[in-house]
Design a protein around this ligand. Sequence first.
Ligand SMILES: *Cc1c(COP(=O)(O)O)cnc(C)c1O
Length: 396
Amino acid sequence: MSAQNPVFIPGPTNIPEEIRKACDMPTMDHRSPAFARLFKPAVAGVKRVLNMAEGEVIILPSTGTGGWEAAISNTLSPGDTVLAARFGMFSHRWIDLCQRHGLNVQIIETPWGQGAPLEAIEAALRADTANEIKAVLATHNETATGVRSDIGGIRRAMDGASHPAMLFADGVSSIGSMPFDMAGWGVDIAVAGSQKGFMLPAGLAILGVSPKALSAMEHATLPRTFFDFRDMIKAYAAGGYPYTPAVGLISGLAKSIEMLEDEGLENVYARHARFAEATRRAVAAWGMRPCAASPELYSETVTAVVVPEGCNGTDLVQLAASKYGMAFGVGLGEVAGKVFRIGHLGMLTDAMLLSGLAVAEMCMADLGWDVRLGSGVAAAQDYLRSSGAATIAEAA
Ligand SMILES: *Cc1c(COP(=O)(O)O)cnc(C)c1O
């Protein structure tokens, strides 16, 4: 039991006590058989969470951003072209990272609040008759706007254009919380981080890498050392690491996967969908709307709430922190001030979610926004009562 309130930022997420304990361990020799016994189930578990049929899991001491860097530096060469749509802060930052690595990024500018534009992607691939585009980058869940993109749809667009590019998906704020189907969607590299759906502290980049991406690795010439998959794969085969791994976090990752699978991945996804809907009911009762432009784009892990004209979302986030000790996400980039974000991913129960909605509402009243106290909470309560209990409560 801790006196700290749950957090409602879209990562890092609340760390369950069991995971905290699993991370807190005595020093272990990472070249010992004991480490291999810890590591192998974590790798096998990540394969199941990503739904990987083949290929390799790579777990780096890093964060999601390092995972992006590892994905491109292991598979591409300076001057290669990649195709990416920009529709939020995270899709923007991945583009920026590619440009700083000397890649030529063909950017499809897309309004914030929209997702990856399938038709424009297919058209760009069809126009690329020389197959200059080596990879399509897609942000599965744009955490800045609360928008989910259709990664399977991107694969269909690529196949429709008969284009041989690789498909890289940023699943940092979706994997472990929303259905992710690496095999079914034909994803060549999936990137996750430890501190969102896996409910761990920050410190691991977790990647799934397809056989196609592994073969691209053999002739890619972007420089990499710390992130070199070849060193990792060679060391894994011997049950170890090319350098010192984050042993405590890997122990926590094994526990995280055990918890996700004890609850059942389908139940985990359903719980997130249920919390997302409860949150949107509250938002509607406040007379506001999600930044995501239409229902098929709604994220199940984060809702970016568009605040009324004349209100500033950052004021709410600051007041929630200073007066109530509760963390919400600020609007980033183009939507700074125009939205505030409610993260509803990772370890959350009905009661925890309601506490966040109640505090957001108190802040709105404190700031003089035209919102009736209890309106959003009641809408969420009604939905939660009628839609079954959170499966995580039983596991606690
Ligand atoms: C959080 C996040 C990242 C960045 O991950 P870090 O672990 O902070 O480096 C990248 N992409 C998305 C979609 C995210 O939500």
